[in-house]
Design a protein around this ligand. Structure first.
Ligand SMILES: [Zn+2]
Length: 344
């Protein structure tokens, strides 16, 4: 770990308004226009995160504008996205389209994260850690309807595993030293699936890069349209997930008012733990003193060298003005505790 009480992020960041408008009018733009748009959007996300003073930043996942640029746009073997089954009413996960699997699942061009990482390297200021995020195979399988010779979600996830594994190897070869393999679907569905099977799939996915980069995972309870989708308890995941081959495990705590905070004690005996200390679903802007108090609560369970702090999830579902203020107060609150403890 670079240093004690590190501040970091989970990959996504809100799109600037103009980028969101553009995503609804993609047909109006040429390939070079889109490339320029992406470059500008990443520069904005990088600046906001760097201004907040974070120890590690991401590209804000500003490239995922439409199907062609999403992870699914890189996969072969899919039919075009079916129409959403519910189009009106309050926003929810059931308004997100799924793609039917109709052939062999392949990604001959990779999943696009290497190009994203190189752009981030080019645009980020010196001295800040650069983090890349890749969805793990189980989470990636969540928006695919099993079909062809893949009878169920597990078969789809196992077919995606070597694709994600190759992507991780390419990222590390490109120089990425901080990679998060996001598996929120595992924390969402551990209550009804075998968590040991999740760990086996996870470890198979990361085996090729283990020890060659800082590996982390993000385990939350869902945040599409700022909605959760699962019983918000980590109990079903443990102790199985203590055997996950990661250097850092991230848990969502702020939106759950730090329920089960004691779970970080067991995690910190094996690996670093990144605590979600900012509620991305609430428009209450945490004060630096709120953050400092939360950090002190975590210190009752884990040594400072084992602790990192992040928002509960990516910030893409939080308005940008709030995301900026929340990151700034997170960094300031953590800084106050570093100062109290005379940490560098
Ligand atoms: Zn999340």
């Amino acid at each position: 770990m670079p240093h004690a009480l590190r501040t970091t992020v989970i990959g996504s960041y809100p799109f600037p308004a103009w980028l969101e408008f553009a995503t609804g009018h993609m047909e109006a733009f040429g390939v070079d226009d889109v490339a320029e748009m992406v470059e500008d959007a990443v520069a904005v996300a990088v600046k906001d995160q760097a201004d907040a003073g974070l120890d590690a930043i991401s590209d804000g996942e500003q490239t995922r504008l439409d199907f062609n640029l999403s992870f699914y746009g890189f996969l072969e073997g899919l039919a075009p996205e079916g129409a959403s089954r519910r189009r009106f009413g309050p926003p929810g996960h059931d308004q997100r389209g799924k793609h039917a699997v109709i052939g062999d699942l392949l990604a001959p061009r990779g999943l696009g994260t290497v190009e994203d990482f190189r752009r981030l390297q080019r645009l980020a200021p010196a001295g800040v850690g650069l983090k890349a995020s890749v969805p793990g195979p189980y989470t990636l399988s969540g928006r695919l309807v099993p079909g062809g010779h893949y009878p169920d979600r597990w078969a789809v996830a196992e077919a995606l595993m070597p694709i994600v594994r190759a992507e991780l190897e390419a990222l590390v070869a490109a120089g990425c030293r901080d990679v998060c393999v996001d598996e929120p679907s595992m924390s969402c569905y551990a209550h009804r699936e075998d968590p040991r099977r999740f760990v086996t799939l996870f470890n198979d996915t990361v085996e090729g890069v283990r020890g060659r980069t800082r590996l982390s995972t993000h385990l939350c309870f869902g945040n599409f349209k700022a909605r959760a989708v699962a019983p918000r308890s980590y109990a079903p995941l443990f102790p199985a997930f203590l055997d996950a081959h990661v250097d850092e495990l991230h848990v969502e705590m702020a939106s759950r008012e730090f329920a089960e905070l004691e779970v970080i004690e067991g995690i910190a005996e094996r690996m670093d733990v990144a605590v979600g200390i900012i509620d991305v679903k609430s428009y209450y802007i945490e004060t630096p003193e709120d953050v400092a108090a939360r950090v002190r609560r975590c210190l009752a369970f884990a040594r400072p060298e084992r602790l990192a702090f992040a928002p509960d999830c990516g910030l893409s579902q939080t308005a940008r003005w709030a995301a900026k203020r929340k990151l700034a107060t997170m960094v300031e609150g953590v800084r106050r505790v570093r100062e109290e403890l005379a940490l560098p």
